[in-house]
Design a protein around this ligand. Sequence first.
Ligand code: ZN
Length: 357
Amino acid sequence: MSSDKQTRLAARGVTVALLIQKNGENAIASRIEFELYCPRPVKIMTIIAAADVGGTTIKLALVQDSVLLARAEIPAEAEAGLAPALERMVSAWRNLCNRSSIPFEQIGAFGISFPGIIDPRTERVWITPAGKFEDSRTIDLQHWAQNRLQRPIAVCNDAKAALAGEWRFGAARGASNAAMMTLGTGVGTAVIMNGAPLNGAHGLAGNAAGHVTIDLSGPQCLCGNIGCVESEGSSWAMRRQAEAHPGFAASCLATAHPLDYKALFAAARDGDALAIELRDRSLRAWAVGAANMINNFDPEILIIGGGVAVAADLILPCISSHIRKHAWAQWEVPVVAAQLGNDAGLLGIAHLAAERL
Ligand SMILES: [Zn+2]
């Protein structure tokens, strides 16, 4: 329960009265007033070993409730597959325990946030990023955890884990319905609906809002679809748009290394014509994608995360304004920046793992 909700509840007193009949009318014989009992939010004291697997690095941590007790980062070596990565993760967790003087046996559960589509019932991997962890579809992670770790494990898509973190500890605390877009290298999305992560039959629901077509004549996306939000507005798409533009050589973007959104927004602020054009193209794609999310999932709040936080002052009002004009919602949907940054995935997957205890 959020502290706001607690405050609201605590403000409501409860009166219990004993009524007696006196001359045919009710009269109060005794009355007791007391406040509703509002317990503090339940703290999860068990230590969870969490991993947030990315395409290039794996972030690891020992987590207790909302606190990262210790953290580390190892190379993903995704081309070598998930099986060797799992063994390196176990070694890294053991090292973290040694460093923190926490016996490995004290870990209550494990959690892995993974950049693919995860079956919500079996937690097996359905889809992986192209060329990365290609053996993961053949690995039964629950079976592996039982044999290798002898403790429960939660496995979850990375966007869902990040939203779970924001939902439990960050920008979406207290909401029963929340949506998140992570803008940057790609466009990752996830949804909490009616107080639970939205999954669908195979785990795809809510994850693919960045791969909805917004331009029928648009370019092919990495996912195979055409004119996706991501193939219009992501750092890989933006680089492709820049390099194909006749004005590229004359733009300061030609000398930006790396050519990412930080460089693009900085160049646009300095008045570079191509940077302004491409910035506005990405903003339109994100705003249209966000309005589609509102129409499809009806969240109370939309959280924007990812590397574009450098220009949140520009991006959030732009998305809000588009939603007001074009989404079906006749009410205000707050569009807010993510609060937990790179820790959202670790905190979220640790929270989901703690629920297994
Ligand atoms: Zn796509």
